[in-house]
Design a protein. Structure first.
Length: 507
């Protein structure tokens, strides 16, 4: 009852005209930042902190938090409409989102993404209210061995992303691992695979890679006559039907659980959550055979996961003072600049501020839903622009987005190089999703493995003596061997057309 009373008090604070205005401004700015490739939530929040220094602490954090989770939806817009991820967490959405756009179902994809983002963000906020303390304690029990096991679990999803050929998926995955190893050794601190270039000391920019792989390569394929121009949908195609909602519901539920759980783990990013959510759909969806060709589950799962992750990542910050991601670290800096120290003392010393910010998360999710669903027709009208003009605009956004990552022309060349690589991989029918998966998980897995071995002085049994670690490794092993078991049982998994409901118009 005390928690409910505190939440109601916070809701009164969040619903004040002043804080409602700042929440709306934050959601709008976050959506715009997400639309622009290359900026992302970290840079967006960091650049706008100076604007909040003279604001009331509650209003300042409400606005910055709204920018944070607003970017999670904004990146979806260009991913779906233009096959160009606005930010890293939306990269996997391009696969089915853009395929839906080419089918004239862009409005359905954007509406489902907005609904999934609302559900994921709202449920994660409820989790923050109800279970912040026990979940925060669980997050503290995740050490390097558990983190490594979690990354192995993620890598095992290569099986789910393999498509028609495991060999091609492994080629793609190995390419991603090789690219992820460029830069400074995460433990020894020595440069590797940099070819003597100082520009590669920080590694190859992930955003430049995904812009090139997905966006530029699609334009190059189109220029060679490989794909048709996406058509602008009519009014009837803008909103999802009952079949779309029915198919999306399980994906939204799975994405919410994955995103919220991974949001609790320090160091985990929203892009990992969306990738694992997509892998889960490849494994568990009744319509998994359609994924990659415009399945609504391929949009619902990842988009729900990255919004649930964004709100779930606030649990360690509020309860333990631990920033679980780079963006949360920037947000923590904003707390400190306002004279607030996140952690257990925040609720004791500034309870009104803490509960006002938490309540604003509910309000912000409603604002995002109201702001974006009615604007679906506005966003999809982009597709009515003549294709040569639209291509020129997309290329401009790509170049600007790649340049603004580090304000370096080198990143533009990286984007072009990976655009050409993406074209080659598409021509060879090598899937891009495994490359993105290993590119994200590779550095995290390597760092946690080496830290684990240093803690255990090289003893590999450290992974078998910790219960959480053992459970995660067993699940990863089960996922990896499941295709072999399916063949032995005479039922190839993922290639059999799943059963569908007789009244499903898309069956």
């Amino acid at each position: 009852m005390d928690v409910l009373a505190d939440l109601l008090g916070g809701l009164a604070t969040a619903l004040s005209p002043q804080n409602l205005l700042y929440a709306f401004i934050g959601c709008l700015l976050g959506t715009l930042i997400g639309v622009l490739p290359g900026i992302g939530p970290v840079a967006g929040v960091a650049l706008l902190i100076p604007l909040t220094l003279n604001l009331d602490p509650t209003s300042a954090i409400i606005m910055l938090a709204a920018i944070f989770y607003g970017t999670q939806y904004g990146g979806t817009i260009t991913s779906v409409l233009l096959n160009t991820p606005g930010e890293a967490a939306s990269a996997i959405t391009t696969i089915d989102g853009y395929a839906m756009t080419k089918q004239g179902r862009a409005g359905v994809a954007l509406t489902i993404a907005a609904l999934g983002s609302f559900v994921g963000g709202t449920v994660a906020t409820v989790g923050l209210v109800v279970a912040a303390k026990p979940l925060g304690d669980l997050g503290l029990r995740i050490g390097p061995p558990e983190f490594f096991a979690l990354m192995v679990l993620g890598i095992s999803l290569l099986v789910a992303l393999a498509g028609r050929s495991m060999t091609r998926a492994l080629i793609s995955g190995v390419l991603g691992l090789l690219i992820s190893m460029v830069g400074i050794d995460p433990v020894a601190g020595a440069p590797r695979f940099t070819l003597g270039s100082e520009r590669l000391l920080d590694g190859i920019s992930f955003v430049a890679v995904i812009i090139g792989l997905f966006g530029l390569s699609e334009i190059l394929v189109s220029a060679r006559g490989g794909t048709a121009q996406a058509a602008a949908p009519g009014l009837r195609a803008l909103l999802p039907g009952r079949a779309d909602l029915r198919r999306s519901a399980p994906a939204i539920a799975r994405g919410t659980g994955i995103g919220f759980a991974l949001g609790l783990v320090p160091g985990m990013t929203g892009s990992v959550s969306s990738l694992l959510a997509y892998g889960a759909e490849r494994r568990f969806s009744r319509h998994r055979a359609e994924l990659g060709s415009g399945a609504v589950e391929g949009v619902a799962g990842p988009e729900t996961a990255n919004n649930a992750h964004a709100n779930g990542a606030l649990v360690p910050l509020f309860t333990l003072g631990i920033p679980a991601s780079p963006t949360i670290a920037v947000l923590m800096g904003a707390f400190l600049q306002q004279g607030l120290t996140p952690g257990p003392t925040l609720f004791a010393e500034h309870a009104d501020v803490a509960w006002g910010i938490i309540a604003s998360l509910f309000v912000g999710n409603v604002i995002l839903l109201v702001l974006n669903v009615p604007l679906v027709r506005v966003w999809t009208s982009i597709l009515r622009i003549p294709y040569p003009v639209l291509t020129a605009l997309i290329l401009t956004f790509m170049v600007v987005g790649a340049y603004t990552i580090n304000f370096s022309v080198f990143d533009v060349f990286v984007m072009v190089a990976f655009g050409l690589l993406g074209l080659v991989l598409r021509r060879l029918d090598i899937p891009l999703a495994p490359l993105v998966l290993t590119l994200v998980l590779g550095p995290l897995m390597e760092r946690s493995l080496r830290e684990s071995l240093e803690l255990s002085q090289g003893d590999l049994t450290v992974f078998l003596t910790r219960p959480i670690c053992v459970v995660l490794l067993v699940i990863a092993l089960a996922i990896a061997v499941s295709p072999l078991l399916s063949r032995l049982l005479g039922r190839p998994m993922g290639l059999r057309k799943p059963a569908v409901l007789a009244d499903d118009p898309e069956a």
